[in-house]
Design a protein around this ligand. Structure first.
Ligand SMILES: [Zn+2]
Length: 311
């Protein structure tokens, strides 16, 4: 399963990045590649009908390697960095850039780039967002500085280390006989009239299975038995990991969370199959960019090895 935002081809260089002097030198290397990111948008290169990430060299951009430079990793011996240029009102006014540089929102860029380049976007966007929001120590409030090319921020005063966070989210398609449970949460899904798998953040001290059962109980009032892991997808908005699962319902009466959900319903397999192929009058489900699409499709096509409980 090759979800969008996976298949990052860069070797993150876990050993190399421990050497701060090596990092400084490689950031100045004329062969190193820099991905300038402007307000979390992505630079794209359009040529002959294809689209790819647009990289610059540190020599051409003359950006200070000391500031806002995150080491993404190595490929073919070449170091790759992401640099946050959000401080410029217009990205074309950043050193070494000009009006030929085009930036695109990450969701849009992800739909037109190759999968491995979307993996690089996932890493760069999540890292830049985390660093831009963790300039101060959560323990004592003093300034922090980055180490290991961005893998750690350390407090200048109390020396506490802070690590870039990833927020785990469970997302699950729950089935019962030939039906599956889909919901429409307030906000984005409801604006698009879309039904999707139920999802929520994993709580502290909670297993993936427990999180699925709790979320489905909260959002739909449905009790879930067996839970099976399917696949996962980095989701850099801002730095989540979607953990895709399937589950078996033990009850069927829906009692939806009125605050979070506009609707929760059981849908028949035939309706779901036609919605997946964009062939349904009133049911919209997520597109292949999202893990939800693949969870729903694998259920609809009968690929989920769940065991119905004996009743
Ligand atoms: Zn501190």
């Amino acid at each position: 399963m090759h979800h969008i935002f996976t298949d990052n081809p860069l070797d993150r260089g876990d050993t190399a990045r421990r050497d701060e002097e090596w990092l400084r030198q490689t950031a100045l290397d004329v062969n190193s590649k820099i991905l300038p990111m402007w307000r979390l948008t992505i630079p794209l290169q359009y040529s002959k009908g294809s689209v790819s990430l647009r990289w610059a060299s540190m020599a051409s951009t003359k950006l200070s390697p000391e500031s806002n430079t995150l080491f993404l990793g190595l490929r073919g011996g070449i170091s790759h960095f992401a640099v946050d240029i959000s401080q410029y009102e217009d990205p074309s006014s950043a050193p070494g850039l000009d009006s030929t540089w085009k930036f695109e929102e990450a969701r849009t860029a992800a739909t037109i780039l190759s999968v491995d380049e979307t993996g690089i976007i996932a890493q760069a966007r999540a890292q830049i967002h985390w660093h831009s929001t963790h300039k101060y120590c959560g323990a004592c409030g003093n300034l922090t500085y980055q180490r290991r090319g961005g893998q750690i921020r350390t407090c200048q005063k109390c020396k506490q280390d802070h690590f870039p966070r990833t927020d785990p989210v469970v997302i699950a398609v729950i089935e019962h006989n030939d039906m599956c449970l889909l919901g429409q949460s307030r906000g984005r899904l409801s604006q698009m009239s879309m039904y999707s798998a139920l999802a929520g953040f994993v709580d502290q001290g909670e297993s993936i299975e427990e999180a699925v059962r709790r979320e489905v109980m909260e959002e739909a009032g449905i009790e879930v038995g067996q839970v099976l892991y399917h696949s996962s997808q980095p989701w850099p908005f801002p730095h989540s990991l979607m953990i895709g699962c399937h589950g078996i319902a033990l009850t069927t009466d829906i009692k939806k969370d009125e605050e979070e959900m506009t609707d929760v319903r059981w849908f028949a397999r035939a309706d779901v199959l036609s919605a997946l192929d964009l062939n349904h009058d009133h049911l919209n489900v997520p597109q292949p960019m999202a893990i939800a699409h693949h969870l729903i499709r694998s259920w609809a096509e009968g690929d989920v090895p769940l065991t119905e409980p004996n009743t």
